[in-house]
Design a protein around this ligand. Structure first.
Ligand SMILES: [Zn+2]
Length: 223
C-alpha cells in the first residue's frame, strides 16, 4: 500500500480506537507512526540491501517496541500501536504481501496471496480504488472533526511530519521506488499524495517559523 492508504487507515483506526478508550491521539503522530515500517525503503536505497517488508514489518518487532510505551502511557498508546500494526497486518497484508510478520522467529513471508488467495499488486485497480476510498473517508473525518486545523498550527510535534515527507510522500510521488512518477501512472492517487504533502509542508513551515521566532528571542519555553 502507498503512504496515502497507510496514513488514512491509521488515522481512521486511531481516531476510532481513541474514541473507544477515551483518549484523543495526536493526528500528526498517528500518521507518522503508520508509515515508519516503510523506512526500510530508504535503508535499501542507501545501502543497496533488500530488506523491504522484512524486520520493520514484523508484528513481533512492533509489539516489542510498544511494550514500554504501553506500560508507561497505557491506553494513550493504543491508537498509535494500532496505527503501526495496521501497516503490515491490514495494508500490506492484503496488498503485495511478502511480509516477514514474525521476524526474527521466522523469515517465512505472509500475505493474502501466501494464504492461497489472489495477489493484489500495489498498482492494481483494486488497491488504487481502496486507497482512494480510505483517503476520502480520512478527509471527511479530518474535516468533520476539525482535525485539519492541527496542520495550520505551529506545534513542535508537527516537525515529525518531515519523516513522511522525506521518506515516502515525496519519493513515491516523484517515482521512487517505482519506474515512473505517480503523477503519470496514477494521477488521482498522486493528487491524494499532494494533499497530504501540502498539509504536512504547511504544518512544518508554520512550526519552523515559530521556532525560529522563539529562538531569536531566546525563549523556547512557550513552543
Ligand atoms: Zn510497507
Amino acid at each position: 500500500m502507498f503512504a496515502v492508504g497507510h496514513m488514512s487507515l491509521a488515522y481512521l483506526l486511531g481516531k476510532g480506537s481513541g474514541k473507544l478508550v477515551g483518549v484523543k491521539p495526536n493526528v500528526a503522530l498517528l500518521m507518522v507512526v503508520s508509515i515508519l515500517p516503510d523506512i526500510d525503503i530508504v535503508f535499501d536505497f542507501l545501502t543497496g540491501s533488500q530488506i523491504h517488508r522484512g524486520p520493520t514489518h514484523s508484528i513481533i518487532v512492533a509489539f516489542l517496541a510498544f511494550i514500554p510505551l504501553l506500560i508507561i502511557y497505557r491506553k494513550k498508546a493504543i491508537p498509535y500501536f494500532l496505527a503501526l500494526i495496521s501497516h503490515p497486518l491490514i495494508g500490506d497484508f492484503f496488498i503485495g504481501g511478502h511480509l516477514q510478520l514474525f521476524w526474527p522467529l521466522s523469515t517465512t513471508e505472509f500475505g493474502l496471496h501466501e494464504l492461497g488467495y489472489l495477489f493484489i499488486d500495489i498498482f492494481s485497480p483494486i488497491n488504487i480504488t481502496l486507497e482512494l476510498i480510505l483517503f476520502v473517508f480520512a478527509m471527511l473525518v479530518l474535516y468533520k472533526s476539525k482535525d485539519w486545523k492541527v496542520f495550520f498550527k505551529a506545534d513542535r510535534t508537527n516537525l515529525i511530519l518531515i519523516i513522511p515527507v522525506a521518506t515516502v510522500l515525496l519519493p513515491s510521488t516523484v517515482g521512487y521506488p517505482f519506474t515512473e512518477s505517480l503523477l503519470l501512472s496514477e494521477p488521482l492517487l498522486a493528487l491524494a499524495h499532494l494533499v497530504y504533502l501540502a498539509l504536512f509542508v504547511i504544518a512544518i513551515l508554520k512550526s519552523l517559523s515559530l521556532l525560529y521566532k522563539r529562538l531569536a528571542k531566546h525563549d523556547t519555553s512557550q513552543f
